[in-house]
Design a protein around this ligand. Structure first.
Ligand code: SF4
Length: 254
């Protein structure tokens, strides 16, 4: 039934779900609507004959039919096209390689890395299956994207390395080009990690929340100490090492 009929604060209300129209009606119409299905007038007349006169009922039914004709009652449902095709084409993957984090940001959307569950790291095996899935479901699309994400993805650096090698091999076999990005809080963005990311041409998304006092307040580490000094030094090194290219600096402002 696409009509909700109910009473609230002494008012009798009809809600036409498909059009969103709301009608405040009298008690008789409300009683009629308990029986009326949009076209069974004779049934309404018979079932309410003891409560109301036939003239009253016919007049009310005529008004209801006017509302139906104006598409304000029993409105037909819209034909909404499905959001996804039966066989959707994938173009990108956000790989949560770490459901863990070394920071405890005050506004964290991810439960400080564990997403409300237990802390853990993705295995290479799971990551490879996800990559295979992306390639398999990308159809004729040639350019694809994978973001190493978390939590903090550099807490699972060995798996990031293994998956990068896997992507590079599989993209050739599949005739695709996969752009890689790593989103990091930069705490573990040390020389070794940076060298690898630069060599592999992996884009960086780096988090920094502004001045030291703001950043330290909003983004403390697990021990409660500010992360600005470490992060700023690593970010500075990273940007210089890639000649000011291929990175984004992202601030979160609450
Ligand atoms: S770095 Fe990201 S995942 Fe970690 S606590 Fe901060 S917002 Fe959350």
């Amino acid at each position: 039934m696409n009509i909700h009929s109910f009473s609230l604060n002494g008012m009798h209300i009809l809600l036409d779900v498909n059009s969103g129209a709301v009608h405040v009606v009298d008690e008789m119409i409300s009683d009629i609507m308990n029986v009326f299905d949009g076209g069974n007038d004779e049934e309404v007349l018979a079932s309410l004959a003891e409560q109301y006169s036939e003239d009253e009922l016919r007049e009310a039914l005529a008004e209801l039919h006017e509302l139906i004709a104006a598409e304000k009652l029993f409105t037909p449902a819209l034909e909404v096209p499905p959001t996804f095709k039966a066989e959707p084409i994938l173009k990108s993957l956000c790989l949560h390689v770490a459901h863990d984090c070394n920071l405890r940001c005050r506004y964290c959307f991810a439960g400080t890395g564990d997403f409300g569950h237990s802390r853990g790291l993705m295995s290479a095996e799971v990551g490879k299956k996800a990559i295979d899935f992306l390639l398999e479901k990308s159809g004729s699309r040639r350019h694809l994207e994978i973001d190493f994400f978390g939590g903090e993805p550099l807490m699972n650096f060995e798996v990031v390395k293994e998956l990068t090698a896997y992507v590079r091999r599989r993209e050739q076999e599949a005739g695709k080009e996969v752009k890689l990005t790593l989103t990091t809080n930069a705490v573990l963005l040390r020389d070794e990690e940076l060298r690898f990311l630069n060599e592999e041409g992996i884009s960086l998304v780096l988090s920094l929340d502004g001045r030291k006092e703001v950043h330290d307040y909003m983004r403390p580490n697990a021990g409660g100490n500010g992360s600005y000094e470490t992060v700023m030094s690593n970010i500075d090194k990273a940007i210089r090492s890639r000649n000011d290219q291929n990175y984004y600096l992202r601030g979160t402002f609450t």
